[in-house]
Design a binder for this molecule. Structure first.
Ligand code: SF4
Ligand code: SF4
Length: 176
């Protein structure tokens, strides 16, 4: 019998997540419910698609990875039981490991500040997030080029209207 080998990247990803990305059939249900979809450059399921197609670099450098709040809404909606939140987490890990994160320190700090905002308030608002971010980096001059483009477009202000269920979000974070 002919033996098919998976690409090394898929092996690596599968080893972390315990699930093969080919499981996803691109229905888009995950992204439709994703609270940060409004200001990601690419829908979460598109990142999975890139991996399926072998565009690993495109997937690993997607800003969507760092905007993902790990809320698990996607995972709970998936008709194929694909744990997209876990996939995102593994992709962040691999992106760091492979040195694929541009401006690594700032990106990671951005991610942390973003999560902290969501955890504290059940939502994110621009002023709080920028303040938090600056405290972490202490590098005010870099504000312009550090943030994902949506930051500059002011799209962050969308989130408070999208994420209103503070109790549920607090519960999600407690389960971590
Ligand atoms: S809901 Fe599941 S199967 Fe559908 S696109 Fe998202 S991850 Fe893929
Ligand atoms: S875990 Fe990430 S990708 Fe999934 S719905 Fe939440 S923010 Fe979106």
């Amino acid at each position: 019998m002919h033996h098919t080998h998976k690409p090394p990247f898929i092996e690596e990803l599968t080893a972390i997540t315990g699930q093969d990305p080919s499981q996803c059939y691109q229905c888009g249900k995950c992204s439709a419910g994703c609270p940060v979809r409004e200001f990601t450059d690419e829908a979460p399921n598109r990142v999975v698609r890139y991996v399926q197609l072998g565009f690993y670099e495109k997937a690993l450098t997607s800003k969507t990875l760092w905007l993902c709040a790990g809320c698990q809404t996607c995972s709970s909606r998936c008709p194929k039981d694909f744990h997209l939140a876990h996939f995102m987490d593994a992709m962040r890990e691999l992106a760091l490991k492979k040195g694929m994160v541009e401006d690594e320190k700032n990106t990671v700090e951005f991610h942390k500040a973003f999560l902290k905002q969501i955890e504290s308030y059940g939502r994110t608002h621009e002023v709080g997030m920028v303040r938090d971010y600056k405290l972490h980096t202490m590098d005010l001059m870099k504000d312009v080029d550090l943030a994902p483009t949506m930051f500059l477009k002011g799209k962050l202000s969308i989130l408070p209207h999208k994420v209103k269920d503070t109790k549920t979000i607090k519960k999600i974070f407690k389960q971590k």
